[in-house]
Ligand binder design. Sequence first.
Ligand SMILES: NC(=O)c1ccc[n+]([C@@H]2O[C@H](COP(=O)([O-])OP(=O)(O)OC[C@H]3O[C@@H](n4cnc5c(N)ncnc54)[C@H](OP(=O)(O)O)[C@@H]3O)[C@@H](O)[C@H]2O)c1
Length: 251
Amino acid sequence: MGAARTEGPVTLVTGGGSGIGAAATGRLLDAGHRVTITGRSRERLERFAAEARTRAETKTGAQHDGDTGTLLTVPGDAGDHESVTEAVEATVRRFGRLDNVVANAGISTHDTLADGDPERWREMLLTNVLGPAVLVKAALPHLKGSRGRIVLVGSTAGVKNTPGNMYSVTKWALSALAENARVLVTGDGVGVTLVAPGRVDTPFWESREGGMPEGPSITAGQVAEAIVWAVGQPPGVDVNSVVVRPVGQIH
Ligand SMILES: NC(=O)c1ccc[n+]([C@@H]2O[C@H](COP(=O)([O-])OP(=O)(O)OC[C@H]3O[C@@H](n4cnc5c(N)ncnc54)[C@H](OP(=O)(O)O)[C@@H]3O)[C@@H](O)[C@H]2O)c1
């Protein structure tokens, strides 16, 4: 049976059950972090946790009783204030501290101002904009104590404009949140990094008719490397913005 680890940085990743969040979580666990992941689908989180346990057992040769002691799953909606606060508090109850939060959960309606459904925009705005804001608010008291870091997963859609794209509007808001948060918290020793990926091959595109558009893409693992690099900076160093595109992506 594997003993629960009581040391190592503690990181909370929203939307950690798939895509970029799952890839980042896997790498953070490998780097010795204790990690909480959130997501709306309990089943998706449990599937990821089972895979993480199998990987840990293969690595250490130890048998785990369903809990490696390093991964906590907290089902919940990243756009809901109470849910996000509970994820932060559950993390601190379980691991005793909080060093990093990664606001990664996000969705796209894959539509435009001309043809989109405003009711679907509401969910996207809550997830992509309100969610990261309430995560910062809930985590801040703990991050001030640990002199921790906030990573916001934005998008190149929040760096370049595209015609009438509501998803892009939410990611521009996130880019603004990153810099607004940075100037608020840097005096408290807390770092803020915006990681803005270009096109990434993940389940994100399953909700788009026709799937991922033609053209070059990078992997979730390649974006995860940037997230882990940002949180692994030495004390006193704050990487504020990382844009990661596949070679050949114009916008
Ligand atoms: N893929 C790309 O090309 C690309 C490019 C630039 C930026 N991004 C950004 O990267 C981030 C991660 O996306 P991904 O590509 O890794 O896609 P993904 O595989 O679909 O991952 C998104 C994760 O967020 C979770 N999630 C979605 N809405 C949520 C909510 N309201 N509350 C809690 N969890 C929620 C999903 O789980 P549940 O459905 O179970 O909740 C899922 O695990 C997003 O912010 C996305 O905007 C993606």
